[in-house]
Design a protein around this ligand. Sequence first.
Ligand code: KG4
Ligand code: ZN
Length: 371
Amino acid sequence: MIILGIETSCDETAVSVVKAEGDLDSLSFNLLGSAIHSQIEIHREFGGVVPMLAKREHLKNLPLVLNQALKEAGFEDGLGDMNYELWKEKNPNQKFPIDLIAVTVGPGLEPALWTGIKFAENLGKTWGKPVIGTNHMEGHIASVLLKQNNESGIMNYEIQWPALALLISGGHTELVMMRSWVDKEKIGETQDDAVGEAFDKVARMLGLPYPGGPEISRLASQARESGIMNNELRLPRPMIHSKDFNFSFSGLKTAVLYYIRKIEELTETDKLEIAREFEDAVTETIITKTKGALDKYQPKTLIIGGGVIANKFLRENLMNLKIDYPDLDILIPEKSLTTDNATMIAMAGYIEYLKNGVDTENLKANGNLEI
Ligand code: KG4
Ligand code: ZN
């Protein structure tokens, strides 16, 4: 079936058209078209995402992004504003190209989520097609299922169960044990700030623009390349020795704040040193927690999703887990699917459809939706 995915949970307006086949044991996805509009420039001057501005921008951009994605998928007329009856008239012997609409219902910013849900519902009515609500975090898990790294096009991974999912984004830091697509259990999560949030807040303290992750990442690798580090600066690795699989990043952020306060004038070298040590502290914490979970639960696969996996140093360190766990299958999304996108929402929507069918009851925004 062909699924239209819609994502508006935060500051990206995204639509994708994905061809989905197979059952839960043999999923197969093919990306037909996708478009994304980022609001980063608009929120930057406020140092973070402003929910009401996000809503306004989603409303404005959804029709444009939809048409762009449909066009890329080969539906020349855009289809977006075309009525189902009209389309039928024009194409009497053809099957309507979209079978299902999947939209993010949470977690995320509720005003932003609602714009996507209402838009999806209207589209569903116009096209006479069902709409399915999708969990954004399940989207980040599904993001590893599509790879386009060979010339012939698409390559899909089959998940070897059980799998451990490490989800690291701007709003979440979670470890989830999965015995199948249906049987999932959250085994740990952050007690305060999410890891992406910590990147963003520390970047702000250093006077760097939003979103801070890529900025810190850039400074930290610059520091590594030029051998810049400060042995006097040692940030905490919060909860690294706790026996559970929970995280905490707020103390790390505060430690950076105290360190900066002691410095009279923050130099470029200070910033490089802080970025590097902060990235080291985050990486060491995530690696240690993940290893603990790998040792206890012995999964065959490690799935890693969420915007923070765009961080090169962290990604390299996670991939190096292969050395200690040679039989572990480590799945990371391709670059375009690391941060928020609608392709992962279409894929997670298909999984949800296979699991539970279409349930119109769950088409409500839930900012705190759990996995
Ligand atoms: O998954 P995502 O796009 O949105 C949420 O669902 O939250 O993740 C966004 C987060 C932001 O906090 C951003 O700073 C962080 O991912 N991020 C990074 C990098 N690129 C994005 N963090 C560290 N290093 C990066 N290269
Ligand atoms: Zn996300």
